[in-house]
Design a protein around this ligand. Structure first.
Ligand SMILES: Nc1ncnc2c1ncn2[C@@H]1O[C@H](COP(=O)(O)OP(=O)(O)O)[C@@H](O)[C@H]1O
Ligand SMILES: O=P(O)(O)OC[C@H](O)CO
Length: 501
């Protein structure tokens, strides 16, 4: 009997392959970081072939190193950094240019122009998104306008567009598909009708022939070819990483919220079958679509989302950019050397600011330095910045939500940091709960694939597998919290609009 689900988690900084057993426990894991490219201020690129090769390498390694055969695997679930845009030639399978990463700000001017033409309301109404360079649609427009011959080749039907899920499924199986959660981040997809939208395609000048077929997030979408794992394997789950993490955290009832601390930080609230509209600059997004049974309509779940562009990446910057730590995890001990931030505030707006500011022209700043400031203060300020940004997002979410938040479920690489999690609880004034499995992104993709193939049978079974590792209770006095947040907002003011003359 097949024993495992194979989850492929293609994140912004690394590719991971994880085998999950029937109890939702990690049986084996392989991970590989890959190169980030910053060719100009505000630009972020990946080599799409690096993405594919690193993902294939870890997937093959997790089987080989653990003596697991394709026959032991029920199915593959894929989850991915979202919005990152790949365009490739259908015949050769080669990308026509570097992938434009979700953090890339190069299309901020195009977003301004579309806003000036009064298109903001159209995009908000149909896609649930704000007009920001974050999303895939304007990145795709940029490629068609700037890569030599791209538009002519696209018009002839020679080029395919996809986000990273789509690119990986294409390389694994030859199929050109995406799921509704990823499509909902494109500015081209009507989230209410669950279809690509001609009017949006016309505004962004994207030919329909480039777009992938949209499939359910849980359902057999394609077969990975035998050449990769020894036998064909069904790809039965696909979801954007933040939506998959929401599933992996078992946030399956309305009002449940999770926050994932990876490269960026993303807070998602389950709103059920309703696409709730935010009055506070949150995004409305598709969580997942479950395939229909017995001819019934597919079930789509919606979410409200707050997106922070730089979270764990600020720690990486201290590691790789400044060299003040050698491993990301070293930051906790360094920050703990200072009893508080010593008045230092770090706004890591390296690629602008997301929710609730939506300012592509903001850039990073460090304020409040004195002769007494040390690298421990800087480390502390970096960690605190993650918690302050999250507090800003939660404030927006609480204004939108009818029900006050009881607890925040957390996961992702930086959620392993106890100092950060305690400070986070202090800043939010609600308990922060970390589950035993913090690889919830991969777990969510495994669950989606497992539900489609009968490995697991119901959402109730999945909810029952979620278990607490540690709960962080808020303990800070309200006046100290208010003082810290007041100074944080003052520091944000220094970063806002920095690139504007
Ligand atoms: N102990 C830690 N404290 C703070 N940040 C950490 C810690 N460990 C890892 N990180 C950060 O978490 C991020 C990696 O988390 P991960 O969930 O793998 O992200 P992604 O999926 O975006 O690649 C990196 O940015 C790293 O700097
Ligand atoms: O790589 P992560 O985990 O920070 O996630 C990136 C998001 O999907 C971007 O929207």
């Amino acid at each position: 009997m097949s024993r495992y689900l194979l989850a492929l988690d293609q994140g912004t900084t690394s590719s991971r392959a994880i085998l999950f057993d029937r109890q939702g426990r990690i049986a084996a894991i392989e991970q590989k970081e890959f190169a980030q490219h910053y060719p100009q201020s505000g630009w972020v690129e990946h080599d799409a072939n690096d993405i594919w090769r690193s993902q294939l390498e870890v997937a093959q390694a997790v089987l080989k190193n653990n003596h697991v055969k394709a026959d032991d695997i029920v199915a593959i679930g894929i989850t991915n950094q979202r919005e990152t845009t790949v365009v490739w030639d259908r015949k050769s399978g080669e990308p026509v240019c570097p992938a434009i990463v979700w953090q890339d700000r190069r299309t901020a001017g195009l977003c301004d122009r579309l806003r000036g033409e009064g298109k903001e309301e159209l995009f908000a109404r149909k896609t649930g998104l704000v007009l920001d360079a974050y999303f895939a649609g304007t990145k795709l427009n940029w490629i068609l306008e700037n890569v030599p011959d791209a538009r002519a080749r696209a018009e002839r039907g020679e080029l395919a567009f996809g986000t990273v899920d789509s690119w990986l499924v294409y390389k694994l199986s030859g199929e050109h598909v995406t799921d509704s959660s990823n499509a909902s981040r494109s500015l081209l997809f009507d989230i209410h009708r669950c279809e690509w939208d001609d009017e949006l395609m016309a505004v962004l000048q994207v030919p329909r022939s480039m777009l992938p077929r949209v499939v359910a997030s849980s359902g057999i979408a394609a077969q990975a070819k035998a050449e990769w794992f020894g036998s064909p394997l069904p790809i039965a789950g696909i979801a954007g990483d933040q939506q998959a993490a929401t599933f992996g955290q078992a946030c399956l009832r309305e009002g449940m919220v999770k926050n994932t601390y990876g490269t960026g930080c993303f807070m998602l609230m389950q709103t059920g079958a309703q696409a709730a509209v935010s009055k506070n600059k949150l995004l409305t997004t598709i969580g997942w679509t479950l395939a229909a049974e017995d001819g019934a309509a597919p079930q789509t779940s919606y979410m409200l989302e707050g997106s922070i562009f730089v979270a764990g990446a600020v720690v990486q910057w201290l590691r790789d950019g400044l060299g003040v730590i050698t491993k990301s995890s070293d930051i906790e001990a360094l920050a703990a050397q200072a009893p508080d931030n010593g008045g230092v505030y770090f706004v890591p707006a390296f690629t602008g600011l997301g929710t609730p500011y939506w300012d592509p022209y903001a850039r990073g700043s460090i304020s409040g330095l004195t002769r007494g400031s040390t690298k421990a203060h800087l480390a502390r300020a970096a960690l605190e910045s993650i918690a302050y940004q999250t507090a800003d997002v939660l404030e927006a979410m609480q204004k939108d939500a009818a029900i006050p938040l009881k607890e925040l479920r957390v996961d992702g690489g930086a959620a392993r940091n106890d100092l950060l999690m305690q400070f986070q609880a202090d800043m939010l004034g609600v308990p922060v709960v970390r589950p035993q499995v913090t690889e919830t992104t991969a777990l969510g993709a495994a669950y989606l694939a497992g539900l489609a193939t009968g490995f697991w049978h119901s959402q109730e079974e999945i909810s029952a597998m979620w278990q607490v590792d540690r709960l962080f209770e808020p303990g800070m006095a309200a006046d100290l919290r208010d003082e810290l947040l007041m100074r944080w907002h003052k520091a944000v003011g220094c970063s806002r609009g920095w690139m504007l003359d």
